[in-house]
Design a protein around this ligand. Structure first.
Ligand code: ACO
Length: 316
């Protein structure tokens, strides 16, 4: 049994923070950030804006595009590194906002979260446990970043993006990997222990990243995952219409283009949004959707904390 996306949506915080804006808070420059990463600006939640509001807006847009009513959704998956509350989950709160009563799950798979959600939707639909599923990837990296660490905080942005899925003709094919004990510490954030007197973790709970190790992991894992899905489907990159890569660094995207060729097949929007973790692939998909035709072959591919990497070949 296959799967198809019948609607997409996206929502962004109102506040635009340019590279020049950041120079008021840290020693950095537009030149450093844009040359090393391609990023020119990002959106950041500000004032009383919440991730739930972003997720709800993106979800409603995807549902509207799909031409269905919210009640038809029987599976809601949110991918997030953390919602507005530690509990209840963002998917529970979002179900409430949408007025739907269905299976809800939050998935925390960092930047691979949308692909993990897609893989889970495939399992539910194949098992006959859902007919229509909604995935919302909603991320507020601005809340996790260490704003005193200039080599990481400049990379991230906040966003939500959504997709509605139902049974389709073509089965999505996945390649997914975690590196296990090897390398996870290069990208992590420890849960801060707040006020429990019985444990002694001393960490402010912010994101730590060894940029150069993650860079090397990104380049090798993108190549491995894309080649694995191509091999599984007996296709080559020539048969693929678009490759939607996780938007972490323009140099990483250009590295993939050098490896696979076809720069026109690798769209990017990192210039405008920075790295929005699991929202980055569905946000790019939403922006590219207007250029896609039914039957186009897409590869979605992401990498991130875990260390995890994932790719999926999907027919539009
Ligand atoms: N502004 C100005 N200078 C800076 C800044 C900044 N914002 N940040 C670091 N520097 C300085 C450093 O202090 C260092 O100075 P020094 O040479 O005097 O010591 C110099 O710039 C070089 O720093 P590096 O960290 O070595 O820079 P690098 O070229 O490795 O680029 C970067 C850093 C952009 C983070 C790169 O390593 C990278 O993109 N890595 C991959 C990150 C990634 O893909 N993450 C995705 C996974 S995370 C997720 O998706 C949730």
């Amino acid at each position: 049994m296959g799967l198809k996306i019948i609607g997409t949506g996206a929502a962004l915080p109102s506040k635009i923070v340019t590279n020049d804006d950041l120079t008021a808070y840290m020693e950095t420059s537009d030149e450093w950030i844009s040359q090393r990463t391609g990023i020119r600006q990002r959106r950041i939640l500000s004032g009383s804006e919440t991730l739930l509001e972003l997720g709800t807006t993106a979800a409603k847009q995807a549902i509207g595009e799909a031409g269905i009513i919210p009640d038809e959704i029987d599976l809601l998956i949110v991918s997030t590194l953390g919602g507005d509350y530690k509990t209840p989950s963002l998917s529970c709160l979002l179900a409430g906002e949408l007025g739907i009563d269905c299976v809800t799950l939050d998935i925390n798979m960092a930047c691979c979260g949308f692909l993990s959600a897609l893989n889970t939707v495939k399992a539910y639909i194949n098992a006959g446990m859902a007919k229509k599923a909604l995935i919302v990837s909603a991320e507020a990296l601005s809340r996790l970043a260490n704003w005193t660490e200039r080599s990481t905080c400049v990379l991230f942005g906040d966003a939500a993006a959504a997709a509605v899925l139902q049974e389709g003709d073509s089965d999505p094919i996945f390649s997914m990997q975690v590196t296990g004990k090897n390398g996870w510490e290069h990208l992590h954030a420890l849960r801060s222990t707040d006020n429990c007197p019985f444990n002694d973790f001393e960490d402010e709970g912010r994101l730590h990243m060894n940029g150069q190790d993650i860079y090397k992991f990104a380049v090798s894992s993108i190549t491995a995952r894309i080649n694995e899905v191509l091999d599984k489907c007996a296709l080559t990159i020539d048969d693929i219409d678009k490759v939607l890569l996780h938007q972490a660094n323009l140099r990483i995207i250009k590295g993939a283009v050098t490896r696979f060729g076809h720069p026109d097949k690798f769209p990017h929007n990192i210039e405008n949004y920075g790295n929005t973790s699991s929202a980055s692939v569905p946000l790019l998909l939403h922006e590219e959707a207007k250029n896609l035709r039914r039957g186009d072959k897409l590869i979605l591919c992401a990498f991130g904390a875990g260390l995890s990497s994932a790719a999926c070949l999907l027919e539009w």
